[in-house]
Design a protein around this ligand. Structure first.
Ligand code: ZN
Length: 316
């Protein structure tokens, strides 16, 4: 009898059914253990997206509200201080203002040695918007901070004082130089445009955060047009471009931008290949009333596209 029981227990203990149940239960426990963190991660991911979306929607609303509130004041300032904006066809002025407000919202402005005033970010942001008006991506994403210094300053090992520069930390500008050089919009010297030109190549080629695919592609078409002029200048030829352009091809690019906007007539006459190369690269011609040449990038007045850009761009 005892033997029979032992056998039965043994049979019972080692039955395939029990093994299956144990494996099944163990599997279920592993699955349950896995599902908890997976569900948690999915919920967390959805929550982050929702919060981000909600914040971007609020940002879009804020930009719309600011546009309505500030339009008249900003228009007055820009007409007075920014000849490019002043010369824009009326239908492009709203577009320019919206872009400028978005740019201001995307950046932190820090003031060194002077008190910040509302029109400072406005005029500086307008310079970036002017340069990128024909491009789709105009927020220079990677460079989130703009330092406004009272006057020229020392930087690195250089003995020469700086009026502006661009580095990993952001865009630096001397406010006094910015104002003086915008005041004379005919001499081909404009530190605001110069530094924004550096900033544009910085985000497109050095860090590739905030890049514009069309700009990147067309830069390789612009270089062969500009290089021969750069080489001739380095060999001693004088052109309407400031001599500082010979320092490097990067400086040649930034100096060309200053002249492109401030002295477009003589530029087109004397160096047509470089001038039209820049028109193609930036998708705009400063001499045309509409400025933008090819396809007008869709974004500012279209909230959907703005949200898409903002999701990729703004820091939260
Ligand atoms: Zn430079």
């Amino acid at each position: 009898m005892a033997d029979t029981l032992t056998i039965m227990q043994t049979v019972h203990d080692t039955s395939p059914c029990k093994n299956f149940m144990q494996v099944f239960l163990a599997d279920q426990t592993i699955e349950a253990q896995l599902w908890v963190p997976v569900t948690f991660l999915v919920v967390l991911f959805c929550l982050i997206i929702l919060i981000k979306y909600w914040r971007v929607r609020n940002l879009a609303k804020r930009i719309n509200r600011l546009f309505e509130e500030k339009k008249a004041v900003y228009d007055e300032y820009l007409v007075r201080y920014n000849p490019y904006y002043k010369s824009l066809a009326p239908r492009y002025k709203d577009r320019f203002l919206r872009r400028t407000i978005s740019f201001i919202q995307a950046k932190d402005f820090k003031y060194i040695g002077l008190e910040g005033e509302e029109f400072m970010p406005l005029l500086i942001s307008a310079t970036a918007v002017q340069l990128t008006f024909g491009l789709e991506h105009y927020l220079l994403d990677y460079l989130r901070t703009i330092y406004i210094l009272k006057d020229s300053y020392r930087y690195g090992m250089s003995e020469k004082p700086f009026a502006g520069h661009v580095s990993d930390e952001g865009i630096f500008l001397s406010w006094s130089h910015f104002l003086v050089e915008f005041h004379d919009y005919t001499d081909g010297e404009n530190v605001g445009l110069h530094e924004m030109a550096h900033a544009l190549t910085y985000v497109n080629f050095r860090v590739q955060e905030g890049k514009d695919d069309s700009f990147r592609k067309k830069f390789s078409e612009f270089s062969p047009l500009a290089r021969p002029v750069f080489d001739r200048m380095r060999a001693g030829e004088t052109t309407l471009l400031d001599k500082y352009a010979v320092s490097s091809f990067e400086e040649f690019w930034a100096v060309s931008i200053e002249t492109f906007f401030e002295r477009p007539f003589p530029f087109r006459e004397q160096l047509p290949e470089v001038y039209f190369g820049l028109c193609n690269l930036l998708n705009q011609d400063p001499l045309s009333p509409d400025k933008i040449q090819g396809n007008v990038p869709v974004d500012d007045d279209n909230n959907k596209n703005f949200l898409k850009t903002a999701l990729e761009t703004f820091k939260f």
